[in-house]
Design a protein around this ligand. Structure first.
Ligand code: SAM
Length: 211
């Protein structure tokens, strides 16, 4: 009951902190089965961005550019580098970045998250990790290198439908992925360079601070 109450309020917060047009676009993608961060998780993401006020954001998993746009509308002086492997998603994202007037602050990278992250030069004070979940563990040391001291790593889907914690038994096709996300969570929790908290919000969120 209480959880549902908190969830509804948190979802509402995302709805009221963004332009109506972006809310409608997110709804359209959601209804069409196109992946985008859940409302509740988006609120948490935007809250973290607003508190941190990052200047340089790295996003892994651009999709249609909704989360990237929302972060840039929240932090007006931030720049975004965003990685996506699907060319059609990237084209859609570019259209959306232009539509919401943030394209001049975006660098779109087309490619695999791990290979692209290895090539990226520079430092970031905020990283949003939201791409292929099976690669999270492999990405962690690379992302830690790209993250400034005092920077924040925000990871989505760390509970993956309840399959990671054992709350629900994963179907056969998701067993390996659930195990890999669990391994990543352990890495995060045990990393002495990071302070990490896990939140039962949306599909599960981890927020890590680099000491
Ligand atoms: C959950 S969606 C991202 C949603 C987006 N952050 C948002 O909230 O609007 C995950 C995205 O990661 C992309 N992706 C999957 N595997 C990838 C890989 N190996 N490298 C880069 N991107 C990948 C998918 O194509 C998809 O667009």
């Amino acid at each position: 009951m209480i959880n549902e109450y908190v969830k509804n309020l948190t979802e509402k917060s995302a709805e009221f902190s963004l332009p109506e047009e972006l809310i409608a676009l997110r709804k359209f993608y959601k209804d069409s089965g196109i992946p985008t961060i859940l409302d509740e998780s988006l609120s948490e993401l935007l809250l973290t961005v607003a508190i941190k006020s990052p200047k340089n954001i790295l996003e892994l998993g651009t999709a249609t550019g909704c989360s990237g746009t929302a972060m840039l509308l929240t932090e007006k002086s931030a720049n975004l580098v965003t990685i996506e492997k699907n060319v059609y998603s990237q084209e859609e994202a570019i259209k959306n970045f232009k539509k919401f007037g943030v394209y001049d602050r975006v660098t779109c990278v087309l490619g695999d998250s791990y290979e692209s992250a290895l090539q990226i030069k520079g430092e970031f004070d905020f990283i949003f990790l939201d791409c292929n979940k099976a690669s999270y563990s492999r990405l962690l040391p690379v992302l830690k290198n790209l993250l400034k001291k005092g920077g924040v790593l925000f990871t989505d889907n760390v509970l993956f439908r309840g399959y990671v914690s054992g709350e629900k038994e994963p179907p056969k096709e998701y067993r390996s992925l659930a195990r890999k996300i669990g391994e990543f969570n352990e890495l995060l929790a045990k990393d002495s360079d990071l302070i990490t908290c896990f939140f039962d919000v949306g599909d599960g969120i981890a927020i890590s601070f680099k000491k």
